[in-house]
Design a protein around this ligand. Structure first.
Ligand code: DQA
Length: 145
């Protein structure tokens, strides 16, 4: 069985497609999931793609991935900028984690410039729209194989 990358999505990402399309693009989260599945197949990894608006779900899934998966690509949405719990959960596992964002958070409001999880992850990708997910999967693949 192929090993698995978790792709975790935080709050409001379920609204992609209709949420601020000028910033986040017109693709829905289902569209992005399909792109990730195809890229995972190409790279030889299964993709377990999830979204929640609840911080604790993301904490639980990070722990679960730590026990079962080869790596995590995470778009933590607004929790990126606030969550000590996500920082601690990432620090508590050993598999590599890549932080990603659709938008270039550094070109936006100042409160988006700080990531609480960046110090705990392997690296950060932002600003490439849905392609940020593809780049994150390729980063995980290159550091795990
Ligand atoms: C985001 C950027 C965050 O600042 C924002 O809160 C999001 C989406 C992105 O993918 O660009 O919800 O993570």
């Amino acid at each position: 069985m192929a090993s698995t990358f978790f792709v975790l999505n935080g709050p409001n990402l379920n609204a992609l497609g209709k949420r601020e399309p000028g910033i986040y693009g017109g693709q829905t989260l289902a569209d992005i999931e399909a792109l990730c599945r195809a890229e995972g197949e190409r790279l030889g990894f299964a993709v377990d793609f999830r979204q929640s608006n609840h911080e604790g779900d993301l904490v639980d899934w990070i722990h679960e991935a730590g026990d079962t998966a080869a790596g995590i690509a995470i778009n933590a949405g607004a929790y990126t900028h606030t969550s000590v719990a996500l920082h601690d959960a990432i620090r508590a596992i050993r598999i590599p984690v890549v932080e990603l964002h659709l938008s270039n958070v550094h070109a936006r409001e100042e409160f988006r410039h700080r990531s609480m999880i960046a110090p705990a992850v392997k690296g950060v990708i932002c600003g490439f729209g849905a392609t940020s997910y593809i780049l994150a999967l390729n980063a995980l693949s290159s550091i795990t194989t």
